[in-house]
Ligand binder design. Structure first.
Ligand code: LMR
Length: 329
């Protein structure tokens, strides 16, 4: 039919036109909210460097760290409108696009980053990577940051210590629910505003973030106590606009996929070490106490928070949760 023929011509003509106009490199903007000396910051810079080396005449990656272009909420909107092409938000920012991605926000689900890797590489993880295609968001890779640690201006040794505190969380219903379980008050707040929030007392502390984020944001200057709670994982999904990605010339997309695989390996190999270094830097800076929990205290936190797993089980998918639990081996 004519309609079909016209549709075909349009579909075939678009990539061709895009290529013809491409004497200048394709610009890919990568916006994120953390510092350069964090797992994600390093990953973004390595990606930029490798793309320059291997695809310099065809593709240019521009990196905007530290919320210098967008915070995460605006970044996600910009990805959908085509104003930015790459983001790596924490999974806690993606619940509005996928109910299954909320799995990563569940408390005490993974024992360590190795378990997270096993889950991500398995069927469940691969399924979640594709779970936002209905929103035109394509997951390209998982990047680690690390395990979450709680901070405040008083020692948080048992769940009772958190009672009544206003604790910053990322915009995740699962993370907010955990704070409610502690009879504390969750405050959803953009990453770049947390330091000031702590300084002015808008929040008393925060419900879990990584050593590398805590140190690079200088939260240790405005928090006197940190608890090595490992109460969850903060991991990222490298995402792009699906239509944009599929519209790239095939050879370019293939090369980018290869480079991303290489960068992913590097980020995930180094994330644990970067966080351990940041923890040590916090201790060395002084002024803040880092509390370790004994077995009994850890169990109290687990018992207080884990009702949330049951609460979100149907929404996230019981099979996925089971697969994640089994990745602890
Ligand atoms: C946060 O908002 O605390 C984190 O998601 C920031 C990040 O990208 O690590």
């Amino acid at each position: 039919s004519i309609v079909f023929a016209v549709g075909c011509v349009v579909a075939l003509a678009l990539p061709g036109q895009a290529m013809a106009a491409n004497s200048k490199p394709i610009v890919i903007k990568f916006s994120h909210v953390v510092a350069n000396d964090t797992p994600k910051g390093q990953g973004a810079q390595l990606l930029q460097k490798l793309v320059k080396e291997k695809l310099g005449d065809k593709v240019k990656i521009e990196v905007y760290p530290n919320s210098s272009l967008y915070d995460d909420t605006k970044g996600l909107n910009a990805l959908l409108t085509g104003d930015v092409q790459l983001l790596a938000p924490s999974m806690a920012k993606l619940g509005q696009y996928s109910s299954s991605v909320q799995l990563f926000d569940l408390p005490f689900l993974f024992d360590n980053l190795e378990a997270v890797t096993r889950f991500e590489e398995g069927d469940g993880g691969q399924k979640i990577l594709k779970s936002m295609q209905g929103h035109n968001i394509l997951g390209l890779a998982y990047w680690h940051n690390g395990m979450r640690q709680m901070t405040a201006n008083e020692p948080l040794l048992t769940p009772r210590d958190a009672r009544g505190m206003k604790l910053r969380v990322e915009p995740s219903n699962v993370l907010a629910a955990q704070i409610n379980e502690l009879h504390a008050v969750p405050r959803k707040m953009a990453f770049g505003e947390v330091y000031q929030g702590m300084q002015t007392g808008v929040v008393d502390g925060q419900g879990g973030n990584t050593w590398s984020n805590i140190y690079s944001q200088k939260w240790n200057e405005v928090q006197s106590d940190m608890t090595e709670s490992n109460n969850g994982v903060l991991d990222y999904m490298l995402i792009t606009n699906a239509k944009f990605w599929k519209g790239l010339p095939d050879d370019v997309r293939t090369q980018l996929d290869d480079i991303i695989a290489q960068v992913t390996k590097s980020v995930n190999d180094k994330a644990g070490e970067l966080n351990q270094q940041a923890k040590q830097d916090i201790i060395d800076a002084g002024g803040t106490e880092v509390h370790e929990l004994d077995k009994a205290q850890l169990k109290e936190w687990r018992d207080a928070m884990t009702p949330v797993v049951e609460q979100f089980s149907d929404e996230i998918g019981p099979d996925l949760i089971k697969a994640a639990q089994e990745s602890n081996q």
